[in-house]
Design a protein around this ligand. Structure first.
Ligand SMILES: *[C@@H]1O[C@H](CO)[C@@H](O)[C@H](O)[C@H]1NC(C)=O
Ligand SMILES: *[C@@H]1O[C@H](CO)[C@@H](O)[C@H](O)[C@H]1NC(C)=O
Ligand SMILES: *[C@@H]1O[C@H](CO)[C@@H](O)[C@H](O)[C@H]1NC(C)=O
Ligand SMILES: *[C@@H]1O[C@H](CO)[C@@H](O)[C@H](O)[C@H]1NC(C)=O
Ligand SMILES: *[C@@H]1O[C@H](CO)[C@@H](O)[C@H](O)[C@H]1NC(C)=O
Ligand SMILES: *[C@@H]1O[C@H](CO)[C@@H](O)[C@H](O)[C@H]1NC(C)=O
Length: 414
């Protein structure tokens, strides 16, 4: 979200570091500061007298447990940070039992350097509340699920899209159960918070565009999602500080733009049958997956397609040295203006050549469908393994219909 719940650390040398903490706490004035490197559950905390001190530590263990142990040992507060893999993350957790601040890994290193620089290191902690931070946020939260789906033949980029989900103020039904209605609002984080945002936006679009199928609505959400902040800088994964479609999917949902996507990649329920057949499930499983009134389908009749050819609003392919080239098919449906011309703009994934045919789509009426193909070729500069990402946009006037392109350079198990 475009805000942080700031908990300020002031070191004895005057350096002020903004970390995060979810709950208010009484300020802690200048206190001795000690760094404990080892595992608290392994006894590292017991080896140090932390009474009246602020304890700096790494988040190798559950922060709620770390805070409780410091509190029981008489500590005054906790400053914690994650390892380099989650280095930039400062997402706070609920209900820490002492004054605390979660800082970035880089700030944690500064704290260690300060502690090592003086015989009597000190720190103070002060809760500063919510602060807007539109420059670098939103970002993909550290706990958000990451793709890719680890089966090569699925052919669909996951996750699909990102919605607001961190530290969301939401109404809650009292306490843990209805007999304890002590709280009516709470701050929660997770998919349970972002899914209602997306579902609500879908409801708004369905009301405004009642003819659109679920797939058309999903396409509208995905092809209009934001991949940059308003100032043009990329939306990043907060753990790495870098953008990644395997963290963000198509981007951060933009409800206003989703109402007018220009083109959609539509799918009818029956279009999923050749896709599921192509994944290799047997017919009894397929008939369990597919609901009425389509039951008793036969893959012999329905046919099979490869995952990459599902008419999906994003593109994911696998390009190995043994199979360095593939062609993806898509069908765009015009939902913008009857007469409109779209030209393609591709940002190729690093090491991959992308060719779109045709590279202009001329529509003459609403609901008109036009097909195009995307040929992706692994070049000599492709990473030996790993992934690369790019994008394909159809542009007409102010409308831009963006598909994320994700490439896997090694085959995953099917
Ligand atoms: C918060 O922490 C206190 C003390 O550790 C505990 O008794 C309480 O159950 C916790 N509440 C929640 C919602 O986790
Ligand atoms: C793929 O993901 C599943 C589920 O998370 C996991 O059990 C499996 O080990 C993964 N396989 C590979 C090759 O990563
Ligand atoms: C509901 O919450 C109250 C207070 O926390 C607790 O005493 C009670 O056992 C809970 N009841 C159920 C059914 O969980
Ligand atoms: C279909 O696949 C499922 C899951 O792998 C398996 O349990 C079932 O026996 C299979 N059915 C047939 C008819 O092969
Ligand atoms: C599907 O086929 C089975 C076996 O032929 C039959 O018993 C069942 O009624 C059929 N179901 C539907 C929904 O047509
Ligand atoms: C990717 O390739 C490099 C260089 O060949 C190798 O060191 C690394 O282990 C590989 N990574 C994976 C995930 O296979």
């Amino acid at each position: 979200m475009g805000r942080r719940i700031v908990s300020k650390v002031q070191l004895g040398n005057g350096l002020v570091i903004d970390g995060e903490n979810l709950n208010w706490y009484k300020p802690v004035g200048d206190s001795p500061l000690v760094f404990i490197a080892g595992m608290f559950s392994g006894g590292a905390l017991n080896a140090v007298d932390v009474r009246g001190k602020i304890v700096a530590c790494q988040r190798k263990e559950d922060p709620i447990m770390l805070a409780e142990m410091i509190q029981k040992a008489g500590g005054a507060g906790m400053i914690s940070w994650s390892g380099p893999k989650r280095g930039a993350a400062t997402t706070p957790v609920d209900n820490l039992s002492i004054a605390a601040s979660r800082v970035t890994h880089a700030d944690g290193e500064k704290i260690i350097a300060y502690i090592n620089s003086t015989p009597n290191p000190t720190a103070a902690l002060r809760f500063a509340g919510a602060q807007l931070n539109r420059a670098s946020l939103p970002a993909i939260a550290e706990y958000s699920s990451r793709g890719p789906c680890n089966m090569s033949n699925v052919g669909v980029l996951k996750p699909d899209i990102t919605g607001p989900g961190s530290v969301i103020a939401a109404s809650i039904p009292g306490g843990a159960n209805d007999t304890a209605p002590t709280r009516t609002f709470g701050l929660h984080s997770g998919t349970s918070m972002s899914t209602p945002h997306l579902s609500g936006i879908v409801a708004v679009i369905k009301k405004a565009r009642p003819q659109w199928s679920p797939a058309a609505i999903k396409s509208a959400l995905m092809t209009t999602a934001d991949v940059t902040h308003p100032d043009g800088t990329p939306i990043v994964d907060e753990t790495t500080g870098r953008p990644s479609c395997f963290a963000m999917g198509a981007g951060l949902v933009n409800p206003t733009r989703a109402l007018d996507p220009g083109l959609v990649y539509d799918l009818a329920p029956a279009d999923y049958i050749p896709y599921v057949c192509g994944l290799g499930y047997n017919e009894s499983v397929i008939n369990e997956i597919i609901a009425q009134p389509l039951q008793n389908v036969s893959c012999v009749t329905a046919g099979k397609i490869q995952g990459k050819d599902l008419n999906y609003p994003s593109i994911m392919v696998t390009l190995t040295p043994a199979a360095p080239e593939t062609v993806v098919k898509r069908t765009a449906t015009n939902v913008g203006e009857p007469v409109s011309v779209y030209s393609v703009e591709v940002i190729p994934p690093e090491g991959v050549a992308v060719e779109v045919v045709p590279n202009v789509l001329n529509f003459g009426q609403m609901r008109q469908k036009m097909e195009f193909t995307v040929k992706l070729t692994r070049g000599p500069n492709a990473a030996a393994n790993g992934t690369a990402e790019g994008s394909l946009r159809w542009i007409s006037g102010k409308r831009s219909v963006r598909s994320q392109i994700a490439v896997l350079f090694e085959a995953l198990p099917n």
